[in-house]
Design a protein around this ligand. Structure first.
Ligand SMILES: [Zn+2]
Length: 583
């Protein structure tokens, strides 16, 4: 009995065959061949350019693991992948072939194997399949640029305070409003009458020939948005704006509550002054729009684009905020950014060396850094349980703090002691020398032997020379001394050659004292790092040693778990019970 497993995939492209159609075709094909199709793996709404897909991952895993499967079946090569680089697609097939599976495509009946023809066709098809997406991406980008130039909404979440206005040419057709519960409301653009209401998860789709612009949403949202701008310009903190919006029941376009990271982009969004801006960031994984054209990209990820590449269109839709207020808000944003740079974002977090390493012994939650400032302006850094802070009082009932400096200093001190011991550790230096010897594979032994032989031959040659000088040529010849000398010379040449070959292959081992000197220099460098390092350097060093720290408020102590590496074995064995009575 021949067992096959199948793979089907559909992207979001409407022209593709449905999953049911693909499944039926695979089943029919397998039946005609007399194979048993045991499992069909499936990915829905995922692009073939994405080579990490849950269904595909499972297929690859099972195909390699399962001995009872002989065949991997897909409708077409482009279901398996539309790779950016054809080689990535070939590698995918190669992994299956290497696992002893036949890879068969039902549409053509072709098989991927190790033959020249199969390789050639595979390469060409993978290239074409990827090219399909490449061209699609280029056309899509061109379309988006054209739209943005005409002041049409280029896509993405609608800014709070606006609705989508779906248009057919210059004629407004429908208004689509995101509702606070995550659903959508569709209204007639002329009469304002309700056409339909979609529940959360369902989205309204415009037709291909229709375009999208923005129109002010219901008056309550518009007023709330305008209040956010006016209040911020008047000096209200963004967290108060956030709380007020949430308390009034407003939600983001995705139906979520407002947070500082969602409020700040609102304050900078140029859409509110009627300006359509496209290409502030590159989202496409195939192309970037640069200097007036789309250029293929070979990297991935979202990137910020230089403002010279932005496509802007003024007066694209009605403004919600007047230009003067908008500028005022931008000035306050810049000021507060400058004022806060020394204690915001990463810089703030990185003051705490143990973030990500220290956990709460009561509930197992992460502990995060907090700072208190006394009346005299003295700052104290603490770690507190994040679960307790987040209000999970049933899991972690009592608030307690771990003084940051006390624990951090103790750990740095442990590392320093450890390094000081190692600096002058004879055993360690011997071990390093042995390790180097082992790595050089004993080739230096061979070299010593050859050198000894060379010296012996030199000795022999010298003796022969003496004999030759003291004898007349005929006697010497009859004694075979000339032949002997020739033999020694040839042998010597051979040995010398071998020796030089070996020398070029074998790295010269550093002498033990050189190793010791270098190691000492390294340790001194680390010592300097500990005493004068930036926070980042210290974090890195600590991360090399410390696996996990657990705070125990009952015993007023912390337990430090160290990595069992060569270097830290010693301090791991030392045990640790710090006198953290100040907990
Ligand atoms: Zn806790």
């Amino acid at each position: 009995m021949t067992h096959a497993i199948g793979y089907i995939r559909r992207s979001t492209d409407k022209q593709e065959e449905s999953l049911d159609q693909q499944r039926a075709r695979l089943e029919a094909f397998a039946k005609a061949k007399g194979w048993t199709l045991t499992t069909i793996y499936c990915d829905d709404a995922i692009s073939g350019s994405d080579l990490k897909r849950p269904g595909l991952d499972q297929l690859m895993h099972d195909a390699v693991e399962r001995d009872d499967v002989q065949i991997v079946l897909a409708w077409d090569r482009n279901r398996l992948a539309r790779p950016k680089d054809p080689l990535d697609g070939m590698m995918l097939e190669r992994r299956l072939v290497d696992a002893g599976k036949r890879v068969v495509y039902a549409a053509t009946g072709m098989e991927s194997d190790r033959s020249f023809t199969s390789g050639l066709i595979g390469y060409i098809e993978h290239h074409q399949n990827g090219d399909y997406l490449r061209k699609l991406s280029r056309d899509t980008m061109r379309g988006l640029v054209e739209r943005a130039k005409r002041g049409l909404w280029p896509g993405g979440p609608i800014p709070f305070g606006y609705d989508r206005l779906i248009m057919d040419g210059p004629t407004p057709k429908r208004i689509v409003r995101d509702l606070d519960d995550g659903g959508q409301l569709v209204l007639d653009a002329t009469s304002g009458h309700r056409i339909e209401q979609l529940p959360k998860g369902k989205r309204h789709h415009k037709q291909d020939h229709e375009t999208c612009s923005l129109t002010p949403s219901d008056p309550a949202r518009v007023r709330a948005l305008q209040k956010v701008f006016a209040d911020f310009a008047a000096g209200k903190p963004s967290r108060v704006l956030r709380d007020e919006l949430n308390a009034s029941g407003f939600r983001t376009s995705r139906g979520g509550v407002f947070t500082i990271p969602t409020i700040l982009p609102i304050l900078e969004n140029q859409a509110y002054v009627g300006r359509c801006v496209y290409n502030q960031r590159t989202l496409s994984k195939w192309h970037r729009y640069r200097q007036g054209g789309s250029v293929e990209r070979f990297d991935e990820g979202v990137e910020k684009r230089d403002s010279s590449d932005w496509i802007t269109c003024e007066d694209a839709w009605p403004t919600l905020v007047d230009a003067e207020l908008f500028e005022q808000v931008q000035r306050r944003r810049t000021q507060s950014q400058q004022r806060n740079t020394h204690r915001r974002g990463l810089a703030m977090k990185s003051e705490y060396l143990l973030t990500g390493l220290i956990y709460c012994g009561v509930c197992g939650g992460k502990m995060t850094g907090h700072t208190t400032t006394s009346g005299k302006g003295i700052k104290t850094l603490y770690y507190v349980c994040s679960r307790h802070s987040a209000g999970h009082k049933e899991e972690c009932p009592t608030r307690y703090t771990v003084p940051a400096k006390l624990v951090e200093d103790h750990i740095l001190c442990l590392i320093r002691i450890d390094l000081a011991k190692l600096r002058d550790d004879d055993q360690l230096h011997k071990m390093i020398a042995q390790e180097l010897q082992r790595l050089s594979g004993g080739r230096s032994d061979a070299r010593d032997q050859l050198s000894r032989e060379l010296a012996q031959l030199d000795q022999q040659a010298a003796t022969l020379r003496e004999h030759l000088m003291s004898l007349d040529p005929d006697t010497a010849r009859s004694l075979g001394l000339y032949d002997k000398a020739k033999e020694v010379a040839e042998r010597r040449e051979l040995i010398a050659l071998e020796l030089s070959r070996l020398a070029s292959r074998t790295p010269q081992l550093p002498a033990p004292e050189v190793i010791r000197e270098r190691a000492a220099a390294e340790f001194d460098r680390l010592e300097r790092v500990i005493s004068s390092a930036t926070v980042e350097e210290k974090r890195e060093l600590i991360a090399c040693y410390v696996q996990k720290i657990k705070a125990d408020p009952d015993r007023c102590s912390v337990e430090i778990g160290l990595y069992p590496t060569l270097v830290s074995q010693k301090i791991a064995g030392a045990g640790f019970e710090p006198a953290t009575s100040g907990l």
